[in-house]
Design a protein around this ligand. Sequence first.
Ligand code: PBG
Ligand code: ZN
Length: 322
Amino acid sequence: MNFPLTRMRRLRQCPEIREMVRETKLNKEDLIYPLFIKEKNGQKEEIKTMPDEYRYSLDDGILFAKELEEKGLKSIIIFGIPNTSSKNELGSPAYDDNGIVQKTIRKLKEETNLVVISDVCLCQYTENGHCGITKGNKVMNDKTLKYLSKIAVSHSKAGVNIVAPSDMMDGRVLAIRESLDSYRFEDVLIMSYSAKYASSFYNPFRDAVSSTPSFGDRKSYQMDPANAHEAIREAELDLVEGADILMVKPALAYLDIIKTLKDNFNLPIATYNVSGEYSMLKAAIEKGYLTEDSIMESLLSIKRAGADLIISHFTKDVLDKL
Ligand code: PBG
Ligand code: ZN
């Protein structure tokens, strides 16, 4: 049937009908809020490159998490910012049972009902800001696995629900799964950053947590932005190694990858709407080039592409509207 019998606009004629036929809806439980917690006490510090985002002290961070929980937040992912003086070659504050992330996990589990996720990586904790243990200018894959496993176990002892390795070493999901199981943490989930691209959209995050590598870049471990088939191989390996949830990162510039993984795998697909994607919209809104509606539209497009879960700094801005 063609025009005039078929008229697409019949389905769009009023808000009520549009709502009835809407294919994609964003729910509060789809969203995960990334929280930055600094080891240093005192006032929250605004992040220059990320409008309306802060580095919180432990106590203030917990208060903010509770505020968001009251608005319907279900899950949170924690990023720690250790004191600069504690960083070292082996990133040991990352797997210190009294480290800032471990303290935050314990407190969140005591005082909220949030599902707590932790970022598992070394870059905030090593002196040179790389995601693994280095030898000269080389990031050592197999040596790093042991330390990532120690981090995951330490977070699990603190009570974390989900560990999220973001380092992009080969074999980390298997190494972490085996360590967790040997400590009887078989209920802790692994949300793997499966397809994590070497992206310039991470810059504001690195500014926020001081993790810019002091030499070289992350291209020898993170994926080339030009590659899509490779994302399937990465995801297959993580699946076989025991990942529970697969992640694509960043989100907006990689919607095709989200869709590919959703179509090819029967696991929940998460994605990370990263710092640069947040800051670019915030900046445009501040300047009056765009309106706030651009936020919901981009989150919706990420969901439409196939993401089941979305980690986003916009979570705090949109919870009220869902
Ligand atoms: C590092 C890490 C990065 C992000 C989360 N964990 C970036 C990087 O590779 O430097 C990015 C998050 C964001 O930009 O919002 N393991
Ligand atoms: Zn890292």
